[in-house]
Design a binder for this molecule. Structure first.
Ligand code: ADP
Length: 277
């Protein structure tokens, strides 16, 4: 049985097709998110890659910021549910998931069975999100994909003291004009994001194994800075940015074979907390 998970994010559209809830047979990412060509393009591409049409897919679950706008879905589920489920599939012993996406960051705690025990999310402040890093990449004229590698050259990280994204941008401009090295500024930016996000992990009561999901986990500088803040190793699966879509495809399979996921979802929402800083 084939099921599809689609994650319509703020920044990127992701889709996977899984066979019998066990094996990923196709994965696609289009680097634009909700309200753009991203959702329809990723849907078209994933069906093409798998060589099937809609009737060949038993069920589609959509997740992510733009999930309610994805008309092809049979059901929508929250990102916290799907990221937790997807990461347990990718990292079977993970207990804490830290997800940094385009416009939010969250820390999820999973119990021994992989069910969501608690979560904390920051979607009110740009600092500590991919959008903040993208803004910094523009100021520094460095591609986001290169930020991690470049920051690893830093010998003298610059401290970025502003906790607000707007002020931090001005601070970075002022550091540039005082001839600080780009790699040292980048290391400072990564440390400031890690400080903000590790606060969420601390509040959720993180415990090993810790793993990161979301596109920002591809930035090795962020992962290293998070490891320093949390004082533990962090797993980053190859499919880190696909975790939400994988979780959605797994829930779609579960829907076809069991009837528990609706109740799970309601319980999760009673437990979770939003960080409104
Ligand atoms: P969303 O679901 O909100 O769209 P994603 O989890 O897809 O978010 O992550 C998108 C973010 O990941 C963007 O801010 C993007 O800049 C960042 N990103 C994507 N690929 C990379 C990479 N190779 N290196 C660093 N950052 C990346």
């Amino acid at each position: 049985m084939l099921t599809m998970g689609v994650d319509i994010g703020s920044t990127a559209s992701k889709a996977v097709i899984m066979e019998d809830g066990k094996r990923i047979i196709a994965r696609q990412l289009v680097a634009v998110g909700t309200g753009t060509r991203g959702p329809s393009e990723v849907y078209k591409k994933i069906l093409e890659e798998a060589g099937v049409n809609r009737s060949g897919i038993a069920r589609i679950v959509a997740t992510g910021y733009g999930r309610l706008t994805f008309a092809q879905a049979d059901r929508e589920l929250s990102e916290v549910s799907c990221h937790g489920k997807g990461m347990r599939f990718l990292c079977p012993r993970v207990c804490t998931v830290i997800d940094i996406g385009g416009q939010d960051a969250k820390a999820l705690l999973l119990d021994d069975r992989g069910n969501l025990e608690n979560f904390i999310m920051n979607d009110k402040c740009a600092a500590g999100t991919g959008r903040f890093l993208e803004a910094m990449s523009r100021v520094l004229d460095v591609q986001v994909e290169d930020m991690g590698r470049l920051s690893e050259k830093s010998q003298n990280p610059v401290s970025i003291s502003s906790t607000c994204a707007v002020f931090a941008e001005s601070e970075v401009i002022s550091r540039l004009s005082s001839d600080e090295k780009v790699e040292d500024i980048l290391a400072g930016i990564h440390a400031s994001v890690a400080k903000k996000v590790s606060g969420l992990a601390a509040r959720v009561g993180y415990r090993p194994q810790v793993a990161m999901s979301g596109g920002v986990a591809k930035n090795k500088g962020i992962v290293r800075a998070m490891e320093q803040e949390l004082k533990c190793g962090i797993l980053v699966p190859e499919d880190c940015q696909m975790a939400g879509a994988i979780g959605a495809a797994l829930f779609a399979y579960q829907d076809m074979t069991r009837h528990e996921s609706a109740a799970d979802e309601r319980a999760i929402y009673r437990k979770g907390e939003k960080d409104d800083e």
